[in-house]
Design a protein around this ligand. Structure first.
Ligand code: 5AD
Ligand code: SF4
Length: 467
């Protein structure tokens, strides 16, 4: 496999475009200061991309609005993981037609995972003529140049395609939250799970250099962020293709040694690459949450094989049991797909059995959605959708019971929580295991860690008292 190429950027000439595009945009703006509306769909990686888009737009001179009609620039940062996500985007983008009619100078742009699919690009070309700019997941850094071209050429611009082994450093970031920060450590995915579109729309897996990650982590911590989530499609394979010999556990160790009052989590871990070294690192660390997001997708070995997941239920349980033995307080969350092609009710029952055995803190559950171009989309899928919905509801019921039991077990114990929001005299906080706890306290505690004793569990809502 080839080595990664790192572009340490003044955005590779984009800084020039920032100055040039500033002038043109100001001339066209409805307001004194140009306003942008940026809407992001989908996963944390997309949210993180959205923060970079907003960082670049801030540098150009944009301010932000939540009202589409007021905006001079509207950007939809899209998700392709399931059909439902794509339908929502098309519904919302269709509704912008009237804005373009009323204010023809408004620039309408679409970006993100959907744009890397040829059939989507074609559909926008033919059916959504009011969309001015389309750019893919690997072209985000070129936004100043792309906007400049849209404004000055007065023609539509399409800039898609994967630059597979490049990482662009130095893109400005405008973080959405004051205490929680996303920190991508790698991009793309090489796993090709048979149902998943991600490897096709985000390209090959590539890791950021450890020094770039440590530099960003230090800045985040010194700026007062308290909760840092390291992002990657499979963080457990961090480090392949780097010059330096380093794996994910070693990277975690290095981040953990940055001094400060903060906590770290990470997602997503692929069970096939989860190691005992990783679990040991977490349990011995100062700042890493005892929280593992470890998607197992299905409890049937037959389905795991068809999904190309490369582990068995036994291997999954081994790593879970090791984590529980090292960290009795570990909180485990997971993703599950119901109704994968070829799944029978028997296979589904094996998923339920695994859910009951592990006792997850929470689950992200999805009904299988065929994605054009993936191997699973070609597989025979005889189970009707209505039946899959029934199984799905059965799974939710089982998990509701488990979550309620987990919450009851927390009553009487004390947890260190990060206060995230205040409403009246109530504070909303999260434990290291990502469980929400409500307690009474003053609003100036937002952004700080407190010890809270759990006094009451109402289903899966926990109430506590500061101690
Ligand atoms: N259909 C349903 N769920 C999917 N996921 C990924 N692809 C699909 C699909 N085609 C789910 C997986 C993954 C999560 C991010 O989304 O559970 O872990
Ligand atoms: Fe998709 Fe599998 Fe890669 Fe996750 S690991 S992004 S499910 S292909």
């Amino acid at each position: 496999m080839g080595k990664n190429i790192y572009l340490d950027y003044d955005f590779n000439g984009q800084i020039d475009y920032i100055d040039k595009v500033k002038e043109s945009l100001l001339l066209n703006a409805k307001n004194k200061v140009p306003l942008a509306f940026v809407k992001t769909y989908g996963c944390q990686q997309n949210v993180s991309d959205g923060e970079k888009i907003k960082g670049i737009l801030s540098l150009i001179g944009y301010e932000f609005t939540n009202i589409e009609e007021d905006a001079d620039l509207i950007i939809f940062n899209t998700c392709a993981i399931r059909e439902h996500a794509e339908d929502r985007v098309f519904g919302n983008i269709g509704a912008l037609k009237y804005i373009k009619k009323k204010y023809p100078s408004t620039i309408i742009a679409m970006c993100g995972c959907m744009m890397e699919q040829k059939h989507i690009e074609d559909k926008i070309k033919t059916s959504f003529p009011f969309v001015d700019l389309v750019f893919g997941t690997n072209r985000l850094h070129k936004l100043p140049e792309l906007l400049y071209t849209v404004v000055n050429s007065k023609s539509r611009v399409f800039e898609c395609g994967l630059d597979d082994n490049k990482i662009i450093e130095g893109i400005p970031i405008r973080r959405d939250k004051r205490f929680k920060a996303w920190l991508p450590i790698m991009y793309g995915c090489d796993n090709f799970c048979s149902y998943c579109i991600v490897p096709y729309v985000r390209g090959r897996e590539r890791s950021r250099r450890p020094e770039d990650i440590l530099d960003e982590a230090t800045k985040i911590i010194n700026n007062g962020y308290k909760d840092i989530t390291l992002l990657g499609q499979n963080v457990n394979s961090y480090g392949k293709n780097l010059d330096e010999d380093i794996n994910f556990a070693q990277l975690l160790n290095r981040i953990d040694s940055i001094p400060g009052d903060y906590r770290i989590r990470f997602m997503t871990s692929h069970p096939k690459d989860a190691t005992k070294e990783l679990i040991d690192t977490i349990s011995e660390s100062e700042h890493i949450c005892h929280h593992l997001h470890l998607p197992f997708q299905s409890g049937s070995n037959k389905i795991l094989r068809l999904m190309n997941r490369k582990y068995t239920v036994d291997k999954y349980l081994n790593i879970i049991n090791y984590a529980k033995s090292k960290m009795p307080d570990v909180s485990i969350t997971s993703d599950i797909i119901v109704g994968f092609p070829g799944e029978t009710y028997d296979d589904f029952c094996k998923t339920i059995e695994l859910v009951e055995e592990v006792r997850f803190t929470s689950l992200f559950t999805f009904i299988y959605s065929p994605r054009i171009g993936t191997p699973a989309a070609e597989m025979n899928d005889p189970i009707p959708y209505e039946k899959k919905v029934k199984w799905f509801q059965e799974l939710l019921k089982v998990q509701e019971g488990i979550a309620a039991r987990n919450c009851r077990d927390m009553v009487g114990k004390t947890y260190r929580v990060l206060v995230e929001e205040s409403k009246g005299n109530k504070l909303m906080s999260r434990t290291g295991g990502n469980v929400i706890v409500e307690f009474e306290g003053a609003s100036d505690l937002v952004g700080s860690f407190k010890n809270v004793k759990i006094t009451e569990a109402r289903n899966w809502i926990l109430k506590g008292q500061m101690i």
